[in-house]
Design a protein around this ligand. Structure first.
Ligand SMILES: *[C@@H]1O[C@H](CO)[C@@H](O)[C@H](O)[C@H]1NC(C)=O
Length: 504
């Protein structure tokens, strides 16, 4: 480590209890030479132009236009206006010195009516221009086919993820995208965080299509005890459909890779009791392996089958054959670590938590002390070891399949931002990223096959139900003028990436 170790206290707002030692020493050269470093965004969160270029309404357009859904009453109608400003945004990406950029495709732009209508040339043209602009700057596009937003017509026609029909629609989207962009796109992701889509959409009922039942919530319709598992089944098989199309029709010519991105939380047992340690194993299995066990091994995790029995669907022989195409890499989105406490053997489970089906209670504190310094995003704590532990967990469970950290980042928000300069001076984000990258470098040194890292996010954007109140960007965005300004973290990332070329 060059220059010795610099220890500094972390002073996150009024957070004085924790003096986290911070060694600012991670370097680009701690990672493999061919490593991808990038930033990530998603279509609905940045594009805006929600009625332009013959795009149809997505499920998120519909949800955000309902009263009281988004906490600042905002929508993604304009968002970052990236649809009109993508050329400038490619310049921002280029200015960071990154070699990759993770974006997602708006399904409603490419196929406004799913497979019930034609491919939309204006949609294809937009992504063609974006992909070409990136490649011209030497930036590898890392493209997600579905990051939450789907054409509303598929919801209205057949109930979207609850229907097996969506597998064909998703396969059609994938086929159209591989054919249109696959000559230039070498990294494909089928789904972003499907574990979040099914929990928030069908268990808690807070994301489209807002389906749930007590005690998880009170929705107009739904069944929190069964629908999340049915929706998962269709997403897993939609993934398999897309991968089969890629592997049979495109991969040998186009020579790209295809994977899936999961939302991950690391869990620590609340106490050393065997019950809490078992609970930690369960809550982990009910999260990432829920999707990855079927994709990699052909069936749901035994930990889930044991508790859920016939509520988990089964795969037919034909579906198992389809699952045989598996995937080429695993994408890991990681932000936080929480405590897991058993509620199978000990006290009853708090009702309505998304971990209730695993008979696990999740807490953020032990003896009144939070698991790490809090951040403005609820349930997001700074626990850098978590990234090494979740990578090790995924590595062991899936036999060291190639991995990418497809999201990691830090939200600003709340009080204390009187002036733009307060947003630009994002020391908390720099400390977070530095600490997480340090741990990631260690776990790679220990043998994990991680091949890339993407910071969420390139620019401040529409943060789903938080609207514009939480800012994850390396660049500040003035949402009145759409002006972008680099925050301190953008300069920090750039310097970090340049450290490869500095004398060691
Ligand atoms: C939208 O679709 C209409 C009807 O097909 C077509 O005439 C028009 O040129 C399209 N607009 C754009 C921006 O592609």
């Amino acid at each position: 480590m060059a220059g010795g170790e610099v220890w500094r206290p972390l002073l996150a707002g009024a957070w004085l209890l924790w003096l986290l030692p911070w060694a600012s020493a991670v370097r680009r050269s701690d990672f493999p030479a061919a490593f991808l470093f990038g930033t990530a965004t998603s279509s609905y969160q940045i594009e805006g132009a929600y009625l332009e270029g013959n795009k149809s309404l997505s499920n998120w357009d519909v949800l955000t236009h309902l009263p009281g859904r988004v906490n600042d009453g905002s929508t993604g109608d304009i968002a970052d206006d990236h649809y009109h400003r993508f050329e400038d945004d490619v310049e921002l990406i280029h200015s960071l010195g990154t070699n990759a950029y993770r974006l997602s495709i708006s399904w409603a732009r490419i196929l406004p009516r799913g497979r019930f209508g034609k491919v939309n040339p204006a949609g294809i043209e937009f992504y063609n221009k974006l992909i070409d602009a990136l490649l011209l700057k030497g930036i590898e596009p890392f493209v997600t086919l579905n990051h939450y937003d789907i054409p509303q017509e598929l919801e209205d026609r057949y109930g979207a993820w609850l229907s097996a029909e969506i597998r064909r629609d998703f396969g059609h989207l994938a086929d159209v995208c591989f054919a249109a962009f696959g000559d230039r796109v070498k990294y494909w992701v089928t789904f972003n965080e499907p574990n979040v889509v099914v929990r928030k959409g069908y268990m808690l009922g807070t994301y489209p299509p807002e389906r749930c039942s007590p005690p998880y919530g009170s929705c107009a319709g739904g069944d929190s005890g069964t629908e999340p598992y049915l929706a998962t089944h269709n997403i897993v098989l939609a993934h398999a459909t897309a991968v089969e199309i890629y592997k049979r029709k495109y991969q040998s010519k186009q020579k790209g890779l295809i994977g899936i991105v999961m939302s991950t939380t690391w869990y620590e047992p609340l106490t050393d009791s065997p019950e809490d340690r078992l609970a930690t194993e369960r809550v982990l299995a009910f999260d990432v392996p829920w999707f990855l066990d079927p994709i990699v091994y052909g069936d749901y995790p035994p930990e889930m089958r044991q508790l859920l029995g016939s509520r988990l669907p089964t795969f037919s022989p034909e579906e198992r054959r389809k699952l045989g195409y598996k995937l080429d890499f695993i994408g890991v989105n990681h932000y936080t670590t929480l405590y897991a406490k058993d509620c199978m053997f000990s006290a009853g489970c708090p009702l309505g938590q998304q971990t209730q089906p695993a008979l696990v209670a999740v807490t953020e504190e032990r003896n009144g002390i939070p698991i790490g310094p809090p951040t403005p995003m609820p349930t997001f704590y700074v626990v850098p070891d978590g990234i090494a532990k979740i990578v090790t967990y995924v590595m062991k469970r899936y036999n060291n399949l190639p991995m990418f950290i497809t999201e990691n980042g830090y939200a600003q928000g709340g009080d204390g931002y009187a002036h733009v300069d307060d947003w630009l001076d994002d020391q908390g984000r720099i400390q977070y990223l530095d600490a997480y990258l340090t741990k990631l470098a260690e776990v790679i040194r220990d043998g994990a096959d991680v091949r890339g890292y993407f910071i969420w996010s390139l620019i401040d954007n529409f943060e789903w139900l938080y609207g514009y109140t939480l800012r994850f960007g390396l660049h500040y965005v003035d949402f009145q003028t759409q002006e972008r300004k680099p925050k301190s973290s953008a300069l920090w990332y750039k310097r970090f990436l340049q450290s490869l070329h500095e004398a060691q």
